[in-house]
Design a binder for this molecule. Structure first.
Ligand SMILES: Nc1ncnc2c1ncn2[C@@H]1O[C@H](COP(=O)(O)OP(=O)(O)OP(=O)(O)O)[C@@H](O)[C@H]1O
Ligand code: SF4
Ligand SMILES: [Mg+2]
Length: 336
């Protein structure tokens, strides 16, 4: 059984925005899955849906099997038990996620107390240990969030996420707004933490290069759908879907002067999820669109061993690549 299996997940906000549309994903224990895509493609919505943290009035469909149990069907008591202890989230922007009036040590201890994992004095001691694990002195537990730098606050968020030893950690843009040195430190910290514990990690970012470097597999989202999924470095180096290719080409390659002097972007904007175009949602921006793309929305299909892509052109070159790892047992389809 997979640690996490997302089947045909759909999320529609109260105003009608179809932010996630038929997403299928799978994550094994100890595996790191990157989720990439432009702003507004539904990455955070997907992350929030995994723990049912979406605002009231949002419609959600499909299944989210965490260790075989459907999160979407859980009663509130069970869901509360699963949050933090089964799966936890490091949110986008740590300053807004920490409570400004409480000491950071108390905030790290809170999930331990809520889940009755420790007495108050044990929880205080564990909070100090967790701070040390994320590279901060235990004495920082007595400080308030405003006394810490952005990078230190993000470390506190990671300590909180680890407190109850979850099976799954979802990190939503954990390094946004941090300088590049601190970014690298935080990413290495998350990587190390996950590697040492056999925890599953979903790392969300718009930065394909960072994900290719950090994760085992990579899913690229566009307009609420996964349009390409496969081994991270291979998707980054040789994307099959035209959108994933454009996203990858937008990052200059180290040592490649051509990409340094002429990084390629993608013209146009992503569509409004409340008014999606018919057919393939990418067709108005796609440089290789066919006439049929304005009508047909292709599902994810096999695009080489262990790889899937949702593009009508991919069917023609779905041959396996030499040296590819074994394909997954089944190639799931995303419902259009
Ligand atoms: N609470 C909400 N109510 C209505 N629409 C929302 C809400 N939150 C997000 N959306 C819309 O859903 C779509 C997906 O938003 P989401 O925050 O998931 O994108 P994202 O990929 O995380 O973007 P970013 O990279 O900017 O964080 C966007 O069009 C957004 O405007
Ligand atoms: S299906 Fe058509 S429009 Fe969509 S990415 Fe492929 S070629 Fe482009
Ligand atoms: Mg987001």
């Amino acid at each position: 059984m997979s640690l996490l299996e997302v089947r045909d997940l759909t999320v529609t906000y109260a105003g009608g925005a179809a932010a996630v549309r038929g997403v299928d994903l799978r994550l094994e224990a100890g595996q790191k899955l990157g989720v990439a895509g432009e702003s507004g493609c539904g990455k955070s919505t997907l992350a929030l849906a995994l723990l049912r943290l979406l605002p009231a009035g949002t419609r959600t469909g499909g299944e989210i099997l965490l260790d075989g149990e459907d999160v979407l069907a859980m009663k509130w008591g069970r869901l509360r038990a699963v949050r933090w202890a089964g799966a936890s989230i490091v949110f986008q922007g740590a300053m807004h996620s920490l409570n400004p009036v409480h000491r950071v040590g108390d905030q790290i201890a809170e999930p331990l107390l809520l889940h009755r994992r420790a007495t108050p004095s044990e929880a205080r001691r564990k909070a100090g240990e967790l701070l040390e694990q994320v590279g901060l002195p235990a004495a920082r537990a007595a400080g308030h969030p405003h006394e810490l730098s952005g990078g230190q606050r993000q470390r506190v968020m990671i300590a909180m996420a680890l407190a109850c030893d979850p099976m799954l950690i979802v990190a939503d843009e954990p390094t946004t707004a941090l300088d590049v040195m601190i970014q690298a430190q935080i990413l290495r910290l998350i990587e190390r933490t996950v590697a040492g514990r056999g925890v599953g990690l979903i790392m969300i970012s718009h930065d394909l290069a960072v994900l290719a470097d950090t994760c085992d597999r990579l899913a690229v989202m566009y307009a609420g759908r996964v349009v390409e999924e496969g081994p991270a470095r291979r998707v980054y180096a040789d994307a099959r879907h035209p959108y994933a290719r454009a996203l990858s080409a937008a990052f200059p390659r180290v040592g490649d002067p051509a990409s340094r002097f002429a990084p390629r972007g993608l013209a146009g904007d992503p569509p409004d999820p409340a008014a999606l175009p018919a057919g393939c949602a990418f067709h108005p921006r796609c440089p290789v669109a066919l006439e049929s793309c304005a009508v047909d929305d292709p599902p994810l299909r096999v695009a080489g061993a262990g790889r899937r892509a949702a593009c009508v052109r991919v069917a023609q070159d779905a041959a396996e690549e030499p040296g590819d790892p074994a394909p997954p047992k089944e190639a799931r389809r995303t419902t259009p």
